[in-house]
Design a protein around this ligand. Structure first.
Ligand SMILES: Cc1cc2nc3c(=O)[nH]c(=O)nc-3n(C[C@H](O)[C@H](O)[C@H](O)COP(=O)(O)O)c2cc1C
Ligand SMILES: Nc1ncnc2c1ncn2[C@@H]1O[C@H](COP(=O)(O)OP(=O)(O)O)[C@@H](O)[C@H]1O
Ligand SMILES: [Mg+2]
Length: 162
């Protein structure tokens, strides 16, 4: 298992990409929707960002910046064959945002991906991650990333139509 201090050295990690369709399990089976990134964005992750569950900040297009949790890896519970990067945003959106640009800043690491005996235990692990992320993100060192120019640039770029 990678040591957390090795992983943390690469954070915060900023990236953006278009939201694509996954397997449709997030909302339907788990009640926790995750916005999935295309393969290309996942392949471009630095080799030393290990798989696992992280937290940070996210915005959709030029929208507001919200707390998020992100899962990077193969979803051992579902035995996916392709590595994925999926972001759950702690915000209630009026509608789906497939095709839009998702901006993410990963600021901290929570845990490695795990397999679970039941869907219920996967769901309660994710709910625990969400609660832990909300707490961590209130720390001043993490709050400052919310104001990063990365999110401002995304606003002006998109508004100018570039
Ligand atoms: C915070 C968080 C933690 C997760 N942890 C795990 C995990 O430990 N093991 C696992 O198999 N999948 C984990 N997942 C991934 C879910 O299995 C995945 O989001 C679900 O399969 C939805 O996939 P879909 O977007 O293709 O529909 C996690 C997802 C989130 C958002
Ligand atoms: N709070 C949210 N966080 C992430 N995605 C959300 C949220 N609310 C709505 N969505 C929408 O739900 C989709 C993800 O649902 P999910 O069931 O994981 O489907 P998929 O397998 O296609 O990724 C996202 O692509 C987005 O359009
Ligand atoms: Mg998803």
């Amino acid at each position: 298992m990678p040591r957390a201090d090795c992983i943390m050295r690469h954070l915060p990690y900023f990236c953006r990409g278009q939201v694509v369709r996954g397997f449709g399990r997030g909302s339907k089976q788990l009640g926790i929707p995750t916005a999935n990134f295309p393969e290309q964005v996942v392949d471009n992750l630095p080799a030393d960002i290990s798989t696992g569950i992280y937290y940070g900040w996210a915005s959709v297009g030029s929208g507001d910046v919200h707390k998020m949790v992100v899962s990077i890896g193969w979803n051992p519970y579902y035995k996916n064959t392709k590595k994925s990067m999926e972001t759950h945003i702690m915000h209630t959106f009026k509608e789906d945002f497939y095709g839009e640009i998702l901006n993410v800043a990963i600021v901290g690491y929570l845990r490695p991906e795990k397999n679970f005996d039941s869907l219920e235990s996967l769901i309660s692990a994710i709910q625990g991650d969400i609660e832990e992320a909300k707490k961590q993100l209130d720390l001043p060192e993490h709050l400052k990333v919310k104001e990063d120019n990365f999110f401002q640039v995304s606003k002006s770029k998109i508004m100018n139509g570039h």
